[in-house]
Design a protein around this ligand. Structure first.
Ligand code: KIV
Length: 275
């Protein structure tokens, strides 16, 4: 069957019938691989700051960083729905929210944007949606609020905190978000939200009952080992394989076994004689 480009209605139709798959990507080669593997949604996450740019948090990531990387991911993405993650302070006012969401769409070719937060982000989400741009919400552990949350901790563990997340999910749905990421919340709370919403939930550290799952690509392929969160499964350990390859290259350069004749270029003998 011929593969078709994933659109938002395809994602929404999957609720209650098929799980939704989502992964991050930050550059052209990884986007090509993720797309080739048939993943539904590629998120250019602001996790870029930690797993690619080497910062300690996502807070220093700028709109220019996001646009540059999203453009590269766009060039490598043929089928997946492409979502750009709005970085810290890029949606602090409604004007900024619309201006920056438009950059993701017009300058980087996104299909939608994602923003973090519940009640506090509703006005921004509403303004972006009014401008005709689809929005994905993000609740629970929202890394841009790491200071306020007191660290990278599981959220919604008390009845009061859980109720806030459930209410926020309903508010985001009501305002028009097409899907909501639930990060690091108890699986029981994610199950309640998933069953009470019409739009799909995408979980990360939120249990198996969400409508879909997302992971940071560098975590799942073992390319980021500063720490490995409990909710991550490393399907391969690329760092170790890359280091092995680099060590073999170093050894062969040092002992003269690379390059060999098959890697060389030649000049004709009569041309050489003229030099
Ligand atoms: O920035 C990111 O990669 C994210 C995902 C973890 C959902 O927001």
């Amino acid at each position: 069957m011929e593969r078709e480009k994933v659109k938002i209605p395809n994602i929404q139709k999957k609720k209650n019938s098929q799980k939704i798959t989502m992964l991050t990507a930050y550059d052209y080669p990884m986007a090509k691989l993720v797309d080739q593997a048939g993943i539904d949604i590629i998120l250019v996450g602001d996790s870029l700051g930690m797993v690619v740019l080497g910062y300690d948090s996502t807070l220093p990531v700028t709109m220019d960083d996001m646009i540059r990387h999203t453009q590269a991911v766009r060039r490598g993405t043929e089928y997946a729905l492409l979502v750009g993650d709005m970085p810290y302070k890029s949606y602090d006012t409604e004007t900024n929210a619309v201006k920056n969401a438009e950059r993701f769409m017009k300058d980087a070719g996104c299909d939608a944007v994602k923003l973090e937060g519940g009640t506090e982000s509703l006005a921004a989400a509403r303004a972006i949606l009014k401008a005709g741009i689809p929005v994905m919400g993000h609740l629970g552990l929202t890394p841009q609020s790491v200071e306020k949350l007191g660290g990278y901790k599981v959220q919604g563990k008390t009845p009061e905190a859980a109720k806030v997340i459930i209410d926020d999910a309903k508010k985001l749905e009501k305002v028009g978000c097409f899907s909501i990421v639930l990060e690091c919340i108890p699986s029981e709370i994610a199950r309640i939200i998933t069953s009470e919403l019409k739009v799909p939930t995408i979980g990360i550290g939120a249990g198996v009952d969400c409508d879909g799952q997302v992971l940071v690509i560098n975590d799942m392929v073992g390319l980021f080992d500063r720490f490995v969160p409990k909710f991550v499964k490393q399907y391969i350990k690329l760092s170790a394989q890359i280091v092995d390859g680099i060590k073999a290259y170093k050894r062969e350069v040092e002992d003269g076994s690379f390059p060999t004749k098959e890697h060389e270029f030649k000049i004709k003998t009569e041309e050489l004689k003229k030099i």
